[in-house]
Design a binder for this molecule. Structure first.
Ligand code: GLA
Length: 731
């Protein structure tokens, strides 16, 4: 519910799990009073007057002791007596960059609103508070949007600035959200990593000089997830308050937390000002990407649950949202660029026979693409590899009962391509500067509408002709020397953001033209695994690292924010191609079954025994698929901490439970070899599938399942439990 108390001018946004409270001061400044567990009344008008802090800066509005620096300003401006980090900076026509926005009025809309041209949660049952503020001197209107999703207790924030004056301004910095939090012994949480090492969960102490989590790569990046959180320093899986923010955006971002001299914390997230500036002409309006704010009262599990549910229920859209994802086989780690129709058909035939449902033709099928050095942009099938064309190949695949999937990397252009000969001006980059190559490729200038139209037309034709059921949309380099040959001089610093707007326009048009096609997002693995692209494409290739052991932390981190149905996980060859590690097919299977499952190895080269293991894995995954993809995830405590990981999925109807355990290194004389479950019903009985064993829920939670005693590294075990009906208890 969203309420406004006319007398105290307090806004209260509340759900049964969360309250967010703000107050408009007599001066018109909007202050932040509270964000935390639900308050029934939120009559917090005493809070501001009770603030006792020293301040060394001037009084505001000539009122004695009215010092902005002491106050928890909701969305602080630059250029006044609040000398802490501002949430936005505007440059005016007179060269000054001072802003002063005061409250005018508000409205409440009975649904969750989103920015017009950017992705965000969609919920007809939500509510949105829009607070309008004006800078009278410069004739600028600011609107703060607070969308409340009652069903998940998540808050969606974004900001618009409208130029209602006559002179243009320059937006130098504009956060999507900013909150002030009292530092009651907080820690910073975030995810960092690199290529093949994405989403490593991090926690660190706060320092007074502030911390920044950011990307300047023109993509949300492998390095940092657009996410930041503050947690009670005692937090764990089920304890401690956490306040988190993520950005529903796929380009550069900056998230920061700063600690002021009295220890109050300011946490912000938004576009990265280092690579952003925007000319706003008279009459124009600018909207920021949306930020998702999540408050969890009880630790990491609850935070993850709110993010996963918000993403799966309110961000993912379309026909595939609740559809079980097919088990796939991908040609990449099997053959790389060495594609040959006859061999691929044998490979597909064998896959279909094992129970695989989708065949994905990865990189190498077009132009003269025998390695990564050419042909991006030349999206014609290579007739040497596929003599009868792609349509004919796809038909043969479908005749085997498989669906057909295709890899594309639309945003790229190779110097060695016909497209580059025709359109050298379509390469993204600053005129007069070198355009650095990465993986022998440049990026197309998606700020140019002609390029966007060309991409939509080209891929409409390809998807139609090839009769695709699935598309893997890749993006294999960062943006460098960012600039555009299309944009005028004064808009060069808009390039990075306009690029993402162009990308969203292209994927919106293509995904809506092919509602039955399953789109998978990829950027050299998880380089753009973000909420922005999850809005358009319901699943993402989690990482190029397919080693089962390294995947443990990558998948654990990813699954803290994203639903399992969105997380692509494949069984690949051993020795693993990224790190040379040898693991059993069983361990690789159990780890890959944490998300939407597939294979990426040459199954023609496997032994009969190995194929039989795969056949059984596929059969098993089909049984548990609904539970894994759309059930609830719990991480389990293991006696061996970092040497073992365990997780559990409960189906949405609570009838089925899948438990998985992986021990990394073998150890002599290890502690307890039992695994205690969580998230199940203590009063019910569960049968361990494939055995006669029936155990009561309370025993499974307090005493646990026995883990096999083995003497080798990289051991994995899985259990499938089925809840028993009331009368069918233990004999
Ligand atoms: C990226 C992807 C891989 C594969 C290659 C093809 O690295 O993440 O899965 O598709 O590109 O070039």
């Amino acid at each position: 519910m969203i309420t406004f108390n006319q007398k105290t001018r307090i806004f209260h946004l509340s759900t049964s799990q969360m309250s967010y409270v703000m107050q408009v001061l007599p001066s018109g400044h909007l202050t932040h009073l509270y964000w935390g567990d639900e308050l029934k009344d939120a009559a917090l008008d005493y809070l501001i007057t009770e603030i006792k802090r020293a301040s060394y800066v001037a009084d505001t509005d000539g009122i004695k002791e009215f010092k902005l620096e002491r106050l928890p300003i909701e969305y602080p401006a630059y250029g006044n007596s609040d000398l802490r980090k501002p949430a936005f900076v505007l440059e005016h026509a007179d060269g000054s960059n001072i802003s002063d926005f005061r409250y005018v009025d508000f409205e409440i809309q009975p649904k969750l609103l989103k920015p017009n041209n950017l992705p965000s949660l969609v919920d007809e049952k939500g509510e949105t508070l829009i607070i309008t503020l004006i800078d009278n001197v410069k004739q600028l209107k600011m609107q703060q949007y607070y969308g409340l999703n009652h069903q998940t207790a998540a808050l969606v924030r974004f900001v618009t600035i409208e130029n209602i004056g006559i002179e243009s301004i320059q937006i130098s910095e504009l956060s999507s959200a900013c909150v002030q939090i009292d530092n009651t012994n907080q820690q910073l949480l975030h995810f960092s990593g690199g290529w093949a090492r994405e989403m490593q969960f991090q926690q660190s102490e706060l320092t007074q000089n502030g911390q920044i989590i950011e990307s300047l790569r023109g993509q949300s990046s492998h390095e940092h997830q657009p996410f930041i959180a503050l947690a009670d320093s005692q937090f764990n899986e089920n304890y401690g308050e956490i306040r988190a923010m993520s950005l529903i955006y796929s380009g550069d971002f900056r998230a920061s937390v700063t600690m002021e001299m009295h220890d109050a914390l300011r946490m912000q997230i938004g576009l990265n000002p280092a690579q952003f500036s925007w000319r706003l002409e008279a009459g124009e309006k600018f909207e920021t990407p949306a930020a998702l704010l999540v408050y969890a009262k009880n630790g990491l599990h609850e935070m993850g649950q709110i993010f996963r549910t918000s993403h799966q229920r309110f961000l993912v859209r379309g026909n595939h949202q609740w559809q079980e994802r097919p088990i796939l086989i991908n040609s990449w780690e099997a053959f790389y660029f060495d594609l040959e129709e006859a061999r691929l058909l044998d490979f597909a035939k064998e896959s279909a026979d094992l129970g695989i449902e989708l065949f994905v033709l990865d990189d190498g099928w077009f132009g003269r693409r025998d390695n990564a050095s050419s042909s991006l942009g030349d999206w014609q099938v290579n007739l040497r590899k596929f003599p009868n064309g792609l349509g004919s190949f796809s038909q043969k695949i479908k005749a085997m009962g498989l669906k057909f999937g295709l890899w594309v990397e639309p945003e790229m252009i190779s110097p060695d391509s016909l497209l580059y000969q025709q359109h050298p001006e379509w390469v993204l980059g600053t005129p007069g500067r070198q355009h650095s190559l990465s993986r022998d490729q440049w990026v197309l200038d998606l700020t140019n509408p002609d390029v966007c139209d060309y991409l939509v037309e080209t891929f409409m034709t390809i998807f139609k002709e090839a009769g695709v059921d699935y598309v893997k949309w890749d993006f294999n380099r960062s943006l460098t020397e960012i600039g555009s040959q299309f944009l005028p001089k004064f808009r060069q610093r808009e390039t990075a953001h306009r690029y993402i707007l162009g990308l969203y326009d292209v994927v919106e048009r293509l995904t809506s033209a092919f509602p039955d096609v399953l789109f998978e997002n990829c950027a050299g693995g998880g380089g753009r695994f973000d909420a922005g692209l999850t809005y358009y494409m319901p699943q993402t290739w989690t990482s190029d690292d397919t080693d089962a052991i390294e995947r443990l932390s990558i998948q654990e981190g990813t699954s803290m924010l994203y639903p399992s149905a969105s997380m692509g996980c494949h069984v690949s060859a051993s020795p693993n191609h990224q790190n040379g590690r040898l693991t059993s097919l069983k361990t690789r299977g159990i780890v890959a079954m944490q998300g939407n499952f597939g294979y990426e190895l040459d199954i023609l080269a496997l032994t009969i025994e190995e194929k039989e293991i795969i056949r059984q894995q596929i059969k098993f995954y089909k049984q548990i698929r609904q539970t894994i993809q759309f059930g609830e995830l719990y991480r389990l405590k293991t006696a061996q901490r970092e040497n073992a990981k365990a997780w559990l999925y409960v189906s949405a109807d609570f009838q089925e439970v899948v438990v998985s355990y992986v021990q990394i290194l073998s150890r002599a004389n290890t502690p307890s070899k039992r695994l205690c479950l969580t998230g199940i019903d203590s009063d019910c009985y569960y049968q361990i599938a494939g055995t006669d064993v029936i155990r009561r829920g309370d025993e499974l939670m307090q005493i646990g399942l026995a883990i096999n005693d083995v003497k080798h590294d990289f051991f994995a075990q899985t259990w499938y439990l089925i809840r028993q009906s009331e009368n069918k208890k233990r004999n």
